[in-house]
Ligand binder design. Sequence first.
Ligand SMILES: Nc1nc2c(ncn2[C@@H]2O[C@H](COP(=O)(O)OP(=O)(O)OP(=O)(O)O)[C@@H](O)[C@H]2O)c(=O)[nH]1
Ligand SMILES: [Mg+2]
Length: 423
Amino acid sequence: MIDFVHIKVKAGDGGKGAVAFRHEKYYPNGGPFGGDGGRGGNIYFEVDTNETTLIKLRYTKSLKAGNGGNGMTKKMHGKDGEDVTVKVPLGTMIRNAANGDLLADLTKPHQIALIARGGKGGLGNVHFATARNSAPEYAQPGEIGESLELQIELRLLADAGLIGFPSVGKSTFLSVVTNAKPAIAEYPFTTLEPNIGVVELPDERSFVLADMPGLIEGASDGKGLGHEFLRHIRRCRVLIHIVDMSGENQDPIDAYRIINEELSKYDIDLENKTQIVVANKMDDENAPVYLEWFKEAYPDLKIYEASTLTHQGLSEILYAAMDAISEARKAEEEQTEHEEVVVYRYEPKRPDFEIVNLGNHRWKVESDKIDRLAEQVDFDKDEDTYQFAMTLHKLGIDTALYEAGARDGDQVIVGTYIMDYTE
Ligand SMILES: Nc1nc2c(ncn2[C@@H]2O[C@H](COP(=O)(O)OP(=O)(O)OP(=O)(O)O)[C@@H](O)[C@H]2O)c(=O)[nH]1
Ligand SMILES: [Mg+2]
């Protein structure tokens, strides 16, 4: 079952840095006193194993995280904006709707993905005081939080899979214990694609159940519907293996053996999966005799007798499956419980600039971003020039120049401006 929703998300904007000055009795002309803006809230998506659908998001057109508060006087920081965490089911994939890029593939319990990052708060004017200018009128604006349109897709990972020969009653089983409405018919290979439903038990536990197309001898080599869905079976924690005791289509003893052989051939690790063996169609008049033979052939096997037609014996099977699934989930959760898995879609930040050695102690900083910034600067004004130098410093350009080999007195070309380099 695949489920899609589209939503817009907007991370919080950073708060503005404050321009303020100290005005106290004994400091009539005190220095800059403006604090920093707070960080904008982030938007996270987190796996919650209690969720099984995206229905909640279907009614959400957009989500917005809190903006950071503005900086205040007395160097007080603005408050950080509130984060938003969206709980989604296991198997949720989040894409950037604009280009289809996969931002996160949430496949483990507790996994968290940072999807939209809040803007940084602006620095208050306390950061900009210098020997030359002890009363800066400048503070940074806050960064704008990211906004994205998301395409969210749920690929339910089935906890349990119904397997067996064609026409044994797998789809009938699914249709009786879940809301799913799969096609059911006498002829083999009625089911061509797995159908999925959610089993909800009276004790409020639930699991995802899928029926599978029928398996036949040679399925692992691609016979019948072959490989297509064996890969789904591999991911199920529990297999409910249905054997048709009417004996109408196959001998139940052979059927059970052949299915297990095919699964092993396909490298499905049967040792580590719980297999619940169901003797189905027990309402059929021939079933009791076949069942006796079956028990003699497999004396150590626990067999659940059932009829999906008359709904006999089904709840015992569901509880057995649920218990095995709960145990498997617990083991999985314990593995990941204490390491919060964070999937950042961010690549390690690439520098926005390149340092080019022109030789002769001359260097060039190549960067569109910095060229654009430089256009705004009035280099006749000390304050502007100073701010620009500070920006270069913050972007790590002086360090990068040093690492590239620049030394005191070298010339650095930035945009159309030539500066002297000082370590
Ligand atoms: N007598 C009897 N017939 C049943 C029972 N369960 C299912 N059937 C019948 O068996 C036939 C096949 O049922 P499906 O549920 O489609 O079987 P399936 O295993 O999904 O078959 P494929 O999708 O072809 O692999 C249908 O005609 C059902 O009505 C049962 O408990 N007793
Ligand atoms: Mg079917």
